[in-house]
Design a binder for this molecule. Structure first.
Ligand code: ZN
Length: 397
């Protein structure tokens, strides 16, 4: 039995506790309350004084791309489609080993107080590093092929990569699930094979105006992008519906799917996602940096969607610190309840990734903790966590 004492404890699924005590037994939360009361119940417990600040459940970054970490600062930006083009070219051109940057990014994520991640990967070449980390990870093994004739080959290559790393459960803390990149970069044929196999488990969806336009009318910036890349001749009948409706038509929407971004989705799209039990993961800094629009957070909440938070990759954001996205969300949506915003970064992300025992400090949950040092006179711990000034760090339980 170990007892943690902190200026504040924010349990996420209950009110904050000033001068809080948290008893942890066998790595799980045993009791939470005012320190004196918790200490009286467990007089023999070893006490760890954390001091002024906020003790909380560790953060859940539900959408990142660790394997793009070596591209930090190397993609100039511009509009979304030109950013994608630069990303593809830079990855193809770059001959250096990306793994040292990926390993450093994993360590930075751990040190930011994050305890679980949804990590999108095309290559699966950092599974060992994840397995050696304290993170719990769902790796979304992302497939991408616009030419329908490449669908079977893409799937075959994915199977080879998966078996090379030890299958879908290569380590107790790592699971790998098949994923698709996006409605306008994955052929209907590849979606079909993924759906037939029970996937995809993740997808970028309704991220940019170019994506919506291409699916509605078959033209615009994405059409030009495909032509530049020698894919202009691939036969594609535009479905003439929104990306969300198109995915519904292909049978992609189902419970367990995590749809990233959805900034261009309207309220009917969001209702459709909710009706199919899809969870969304929003990445506000990435959306801002790529100029694709603002997250329709109020509408997502009002239609009852489960909303998670992600950083996206170092190719589009400055850091993998989830609190920076939380702070931006709080600035963009001051009217949304602070407790709800914090849940998006913790408990709701954990549920979206399939980790119901993370993300809150309810009794029996895994004590995967983070502590943000703060001023002694801290009056509002939630406002502090949303301010951008809080820097959560991991707490060994
Ligand atoms: Zn992404």
């Amino acid at each position: 039995m170990r007892l943690f004492r902190a200026g504040w404890i924010v349990p996420v699924d209950g009110p904050p506790v000033r001068d809080g005590g948290l008893a942890v037994e066998d790595g799980r939360v045993a009791l939470l309350g005012p320190f004196d009361a918790v200490a009286a119940r467990h007089p023999a417990a070893e006490v760890r004084e954390l001091g002024p600040g906020v003790l909380m459940p560790g953060l859940v970054n539900a959408h990142c791309h660790l394997e793009l970490s070596h591209l930090k600062g190397r993609i100039a930006g511009g509009d979304f489609t030109s950013w994608v083009g630069q990303l593809v070219d830079e990855r193809a051109r770059d001959a250096t080993d990306p793994r040292p940057a990926t390993a450093a990014a994993i360590e930075a994520v751990v040190q930011s107080g994050t305890v679980a991640i949804g990590d999108v990967s095309n290559r699966l070449d950092h599974i060992q590093e994840l397995a050696a980390s304290p993170l719990r990870a769902v790796v979304f093994h992302e497939l991408l092929a616009w030419n329908p004739s490449a669908a079977e080959r893409a799937l075959g290559q994915a199977r080879i990569r998966l078996s090379a790393v030890g299958g879908a459960r290569p380590a107790p803390n790592v699971q790998i699930k098949a994923a698709a990149h996006a409605p306008h970069s994955v052929s209907p044929a590849l979606f079909k094979v993924l759906v037939d196999e029970g996937g995809p488990a993740a997808l970028h969806l309704s991220e940019s105006p170019d994506e919506t336009r291409f699916l509605q009318s078959g033209d615009g910036g994405w059409k030009a992008f495909l032509e530049q890349r020698g894919l202009g001749d691939v036969w594609f009948e535009p479905p003439r519906r929104s990306p969300v409706r198109y995915m519904e038509m292909l049978g992609v929407l189902r419970p367990g799917l995590l749809a990233a971004h959805c900034v261009q989705a309207d309220v009917n799209d969001l209702r459709t996602l909710a009706a199919h039990g899809v969870a969304v993961v929003v990445c506000p800094r990435s959306n801002r940096n790529l100029g694709v629009g603002q997250v329709p957070l109020r509408e997502m909440i009002s239609v009852g969607l489960r909303v998670a938070l992600g950083t996206d990759s170092l190719a589009s954001v400055e850091s993998l610190d989830l609190v920076d996205d939380l702070a931006l969300l709080a600035r963009e949506f001051p009217e949304v309840d602070a407790g709800r915003l914090l849940r998006i970064a913790t408990a709701d992300g954990a549920k979206a990734l399939g980790f119901p025992d993370l993300g809150s400090l309810a009794r029996g949950r895994v004590a995967a903790l983070a502590f943000a040092e703060g001023p002694a006179a801290l009056g509002d711990p939630l406002a502090f966590l949303l301010s951008g000034d809080a820097r959560p760090r991991p707490v060994p339980a």
